[in-house]
Design a protein around this ligand. Structure first.
Ligand SMILES: *[C@@H]1O[C@H](CO)[C@@H](O)[C@H](O)[C@H]1NC(C)=O
Length: 267
């Protein structure tokens, strides 16, 4: 049997999910485990599931690892860091955490903030009358690049995502309209673009000093009544243990997508 305390704690943490179906312990060799909390490899090795991300098993060394953090050398068992996403390569961000409301869903841009959840909208508009732009290419998704730009276009305008230094919230800028020379003065937030984050290819987005974790905090949209139109805003944090009441730890995974000429504006 799993230790009673561990079982009780898991039931408490995942109360809305676990109460619906009674927790069933499965055998893994001589041990028992909760399939919502662990993965069993070869009837031998138990790996904890971190924020709903199942870990893989690296057979030669026996190590557990998240494929979004390391790759496993099948010959030596060595865990290797994933390559960084090159600055000009586009990716979407997918959220991983305990809640089904946002687990596996893409990070969206709306109202100046990056957010997750069933009610996190993506607010795009097509920049009309601009050459070489196909607004349908990315299907209205929120697409990032490692250099801080959003979407992929060879064009003089653009938008940038950044971590606001005052509270760590993930935001994005207005659309850049030429002449660009005056832009930095008008929009000081542009200077924070690309600071403090590293995206790995099909791996975690990592903020300096906050390894692998972001916090997601529940917010109600403007004009939305309590309990409606709610989404989780994202923050870089170095202390996910001491979260506010309406915040939860999540991980963000950068999934690479093809470079296209799609370009639209996020509002
Ligand atoms: C798993 O391990 C246990 C204990 O060693 C053993 O009794 C059981 O037969 C094994 N199951 C499988 C499918 O190998």
């Amino acid at each position: 049997m799993a230790p009673p305390l561990l079982t009780a704690l898991a039931a408490l943490t995942l109360a809305p999910l676990v109460l619906a179906t009674p927790a069933t312990l499965l055998p893994c060799g001589a041990a028992s485990y909760l399939p919502t909390e662990y993965v069993c490899y070869n009837n031998r090795t138990l790996c904890p599931i971190i924020n709903s991300l199942p870990l893989s098993h690296c057979p030669p060394s026996g190590g557990c690892y998240a494929p979004q953090q390391f790759s496993c050398d099948a010959a030596t068992g060595e865990l290797r860091t994933l390559p960084e996403a090159a600055g000009d390569r586009p990716f979407v961000l997918t959220a991983w955490g305990t809640r089904s409301a946002y687990r596996g869903k893409e990070v969206n841009a709306c109202g100046g903030y990056l957010a997750i959840g069933a009610n996190a909208r993506v607010c795009t508009g097509c920049p009309k009358g601009r050459e070489g732009v196909d607004c349908g290419e990315y299907g209205g998704r929120t697409v990032f690049r490692g250099d801080g730009r959003m979407v992929s276009c060879r064009c003089p305008w653009g938008q940038y995502w950044y971590i606001h230094p005052s509270d760590g919230v993930l935001k994005y800028t207005d659309v850049l309209v030429p002449p660009a020379t005056t832009w930095v003065d008008e929009r000081p937030e542009r200077q924070w673009t690309g600071r403090g984050t590293t995206a790995y290819e099909n791996g975690f987005l990592v903020a300096d000093g906050a390894p692998h974790y972001f916090k997601a905090c529940l917010r109600t949209h403007l004009g939305g009544g309590v309990g409606t139109g709610r989404a989780w805003r994202l923050y870089a944090t170095s202390n996910w243990v001491a979260l506010d009441a309406d915040c939860e730890p999540v991980k963000l995974v950068a999934t690479m997508v093809d470079a296209k000429m799609g370009a639209y504006e996020y509002h």
